[in-house]
Ligand binder design. Structure first.
Ligand code: ADP
Length: 492
């Protein structure tokens, strides 16, 4: 692995606590696997509650000075970090592909989006400001200060090993908070690389701590700690609920980015080719493993057959393989268990009357191919979807596009909202009043109208219903790391 990197010092396989790269106290380790081959690529420390408490103590000490520095000083360090990270783009994107399986082109796009958060929040650190309010009387004046909430516990998933970290850590550090981060144990190398570059950028000791290990033990130590004042989490709704419950014991703030069940409505006046292209982009990005991936395509009955033809042609042209190889558009899923879960949902849909227009099974590789040990599933289109299928209600998190029919706008909106989730929704139409009406009626935190690339460092990202709480990115995301303090000054 080291030989494949331009700068071998990017590869770190120890946890980063109090400015030092260290092993777990008891020396135990975890294996990191390349999901395209099933082969081990590294081992990393398996920490628990003790190391987490040590990291929290470091972050709490660092907060005393980091939180009081002028925003301009924090911005300068964030900008240096940004510079170091940008110059390591090739090596980091290679690590991202090796440990997550996503094609290099997708790693690069995630990198570019993620690094933009570091730069943008560095700039915001200098611009955030409080308020002076108009007083109702002569003898008092009211001011509002924005202050960092304190130590932040951040927990991130494997599907975006880079950008889920930068979009939490950058606003936290910009606001003056310090961080204890637990990345996914499936993709720790990208996280540790970011730690090494923070150190190179002169990030003071304890401001950013990163550790891997027993997720439950680390999570519990973070939520129970009195010093940790906020939990930022991206992952499953099940774990999000556990963390929210745990955070209640100390009344911590929580920001939760949880599961989704994104509908993509194709109205009868949509540009069919464009809609088909964007359904593929949104449904098959990262092999379907993103929380804003299209999970249900709702198509008007009058254009159903033409749309399915355009969609199937595009999905059938996707190329499955190792993310490191040029020409691969679809990588593996993250684990063997993930393939089992996707296969189970596809079988359920087929048993309930869906038909596979393409894909629908695991691929068969040539004998001796290194990919035979990888966790692959064929890009799939299912037609004849019905609401009794599990995948109508559950996130598939795999390369599967189920298509359902509708007849009226009301039915489309009702089907789209018929879920416990409310993260992202998309719809395609050329009718301006329909665009506005449907955007208002969809119970989602983010709506893409004739667009699926809905994320940006400047735009709030987050969900309603059981998709989460709070917003990341943008000025709203910075506010999640700030407490508001009212100062009332008596002036006689
Ligand atoms: P996913 O299905 O995306 O893997 P998870 O919610 O299982 O979603 O994982 C997201 C993150 O939450 C990962 O970093 C994982 O290690 C962590 N995690 C899993 N279980 C727990 C837990 N009980 N407490 C805290 N973090 C957890």
């Amino acid at each position: 692995l080291v030989g494949t990197l331009t700068d071998s010092s990017i590869l770190k396989t120890k946890v980063y606590i109090g400015g030092e790269f260290i092993e777990a106290a008891d020396g135990s380790t975890l294996e990191v696997v390349n999901p395209a081959t099933g082969q081990r690529i590294a081992t990393v420390p398996r920490c628990g509650a003790n190391e987490t408490r040590a990291a929290i103590a470091e972050a709490a000490t660092a907060f005393e000075s980091w939180g009081r520095r002028p925003g301009k000083e924090r911005a300068a360090i964030l900008k240096r970090w940004y510079g170091e990270v940008v110059s390591a783009r090739d090596d980091i994107t290679r690590l991202m592909t090796l440990e997550s399986g996503k094609p290099l082109a997708e790693s690069r796009s995630e990198f570019d989006n993620g690094v933009a958060s570091i730069e943008w929040f560095a700039e915001e650190a200098t611009r955030s400001c409080g308020d002076v309010l108009e007083s109702p009387d002569r003898h008092r004046r009211f001011m509002v200060l924005k202050q960092p909430v304190g130590v932040v516990g951040a927990i991130t998933p494997w599907n975006f090993p880079f950008s889920m970290i930068t979009r939490k850590v950058s606003p936290a550090l910009a606001a003056g908070c310090t961080v204890v981060l637990k990345p996914s144990e499936d993709t720790p190398l990208t996280a540790f690389a970011l730690a090494g570059l923070a150190e190179r950028a002169g990030m003071p000791r304890g401001v950013l701590n990163i550790l891997t290990g027993d997720a439950k033990a680390i999570g519990e130590a973070l939520v129970k700690s009195e010093s940790v004042r906020k939990i930022g989490f991206t992952g499953s709704t099940t774990v999000g609920k556990l963390l929210m419950q745990g955070a209640a014991s100390t009344v911590k703030r929580v920001s939760l980015e949880l599961g989704g069940n994104a509908p993509f409505i194709v109205f009868e006046d949509a540009d069919i080719e464009k809609a088909a292209r964007d359904v593929v982009g949104s449904s098959h990005r990262n092999s379907g493993q993103t929380c804003i991936c299209t999970n249900r395509v709702l198509v008007h009955e009058s254009i159903h057959d033409a749309f399915v033809e355009a969609l199937t042609k595009r999905v059938a042209a996707l190329r499955l393989g190792s993310g490191l190889e040029a020409g691969t558009t679809q990588g593996p899923l993250i684990s063997a268990a993930a393939v089992d879960r996707v296969e189970g949902k596809v079988r359920d849909a087929l048993a309930k009357g869906a038909v596979a227009a393409c894909g629908g099974a695991r691929p068969s590789w040539e004998a001796g191919s290194p990919l035979a040990g990888g966790y692959f599933f064929e890009p799939t289109v299912l037609i004849g979807g019905t609401v009794d299928m599990r995948m109508f209600h559950e996130e598939v998190f795999g390369p599967v596009t189920p298509v359902y029919k509708f007849a009226t706008d009301d039915e489309a909106v009702q089907l789209a909202n018929d879920t416990q989730y409310g993260l992202a929704a998309y719809f395609y139409t050329r009718d301006l009043s329909r665009a506005w009406q449907v955007a208002e009626r969809l119970e989602y935190g983010m709506v893409g109208v004739n667009e699926v690339a809905i994320t940006s460092e400047v735009a709030p990202f987050g969900g309603v219903k059981q998709s989460g709480l709070g917003r990341e990115q943008s000025k709203y995301g910075l506010a999640e790391f700030q407490d508001i303090k009212t100062v009332c000054l008596g002036i006689g």
